[in-house]
Design a protein around this ligand. Structure first.
Ligand SMILES: NC(=O)c1ccc[n+]([C@@H]2O[C@H](COP(=O)([O-])OP(=O)(O)OC[C@H]3O[C@@H](n4cnc5c(N)ncnc54)[C@H](O)[C@@H]3O)[C@@H](O)[C@H]2O)c1
Length: 316
């Protein structure tokens, strides 16, 4: 079987997880890592026995390297991503793909022109619980979906300093809802705010109207002592509760409550396998740069709505 020669750029908190998973992969050959912080690059390179670099240009010239993951802070994704594209690498850029729509647009058009694959790290699409919920929705087990309610809360992760809770956290729910409902957002209303421990907003309550009338509601904050990540799908016939962390599902109607069994699997492993097989089989990217752009637009609308206290309609 062909193995993709891959490298990780940015080996901080999340990049280390990618290094761990790729090191064990039978589909990928982790050939190098790069982090501008020499201490960190050496530490991760030594721990996982992978050649390490601090100079991105040198790293991108490593022979055989054909794909990279970008796990640097969000505000560096455009610069790092463009360099990777210019050197002909396929890339998986962590969410949010960029902090601004214009920058995301540049990455998408540059990747298209260069003929390289560009995927975005919307990891919840690979959560087996989300996959099981998607199957139930396709089978119309809940009837018509009325509302999808997402809750994603925790304490502020101090290392995130370049975007707020909407683009860092709520963006996962925005994409998961687009993926599950297979509909685009047509209007957004949000209340956002900051307790000023962080330079950006640290709480947001976002209401989405999807094109066919379904409602999405997202409660995201960095104020809650315990990490909670849940999704409730309320349908005309039944309700589904998903815990994104445990991947447990409850399906409930007026007569029964069942807990369908879905074997637990690490979403990051599935996400990286999808990246690698997209390259090997030369298939369409999913989640794509366009998915990333659409989610950023919804985030921007939520942030603007939070400031102006108005309902914003989306041009799709
Ligand atoms: N998909 C998910 O569930 C998930 C989870 C956590 C973080 N993330 C995303 O991953 C990204 C990184 O987050 P993190 O928490 O790991 O941050 P982090 O600060 O822990 O790590 C970032 C690393 O990038 C390095 N770096 C900075 N600029 C660089 C450059 N130009 N070239 C090479 N290395 C550079 C830093 O030295 C640091 O080690 C963010 O975009 C974040 O949103 C995604």
């Amino acid at each position: 079987m062909k193995r993709v020669a891959i490298g990780v750029i940015g080996t901080g908190f999340w990049g280390e997880n990618q290094v761990r998973v790729l090191r064990q992969s039978r589909m990928a050959d982790l050939v190098a890592i790069c982090d501008t912080n020499e201490k960190r690059a050496r530490e991760i390179g030594t721990k996982y026995a992978v050649p390490w670099y601090t100079d991105l240009d040198k790293f991108l010239r490593v022979s055989r390297l054909e794909a990279v993951t970008v796990c640097t802070p969000t505000q560096t994704h455009l610069k790092v991503g463009l360099l990777a594209i210019e050197s002909g690498k396929n890339l998986l850029v962590e969410k949010p793909m960029t902090g601004e729509e214009r920058a995301a647009d540049r990455l998408v058009s540059s990747a298209r022109k260069a003929g390289v694959k560009l995927l975005v790290g919307f990891i919840e699409r690979f959560n087996p619980g989300v996959r099981a919920v998607k199957k139930m929705l396709t089978q119309k087990i809940v009837g018509d979906v009325i509302i999808a309610t997402g809750r994603r809360v925790a304490r502020w992760p101090i290392r995130i300093g370049d975007v707020g809770v909407v683009k860092d956290t709520a963006i996962h729910d925005i994409d998961a809802m687009r993926y599950l409902l297979e509909e685009e957002v047509s209007a957004v209303f949000a209340q956002t705010g900051s307790l000023r421990k962080h330079s950006y907003e640290d709480y947001a309550e976002i209401m989405l109207r999807f094109k066919e009338g379904t409602t999405g509601f997202i409660d995201a904050n960095w104020l809650t002592p315990r990490k909670v990540r849940t999704l409730i799908i309320t349908g005309s016939d039944a309700t589904i509760n998903l815990d994104y962390i445990t991947q447990d599902i409850t399906l409930e109607d007026s007569k029964r409550l069942v807990k369908p069994y879905t074997p637990w699997a690490e979403p990051l492993r599935l996400e990286l396998e999808n990246f690698v097989t997209t390259i090997i089989n030369d298939t369409k990217e999913s989640p794509s740069g366009d998915d990333a752009l659409r989610a950023i637009r919804v985030c921007d609308a939520a942030l603007k709505s939070g400031k102006t206290k108005t309902l914003l309609t989306m041009a799709n």
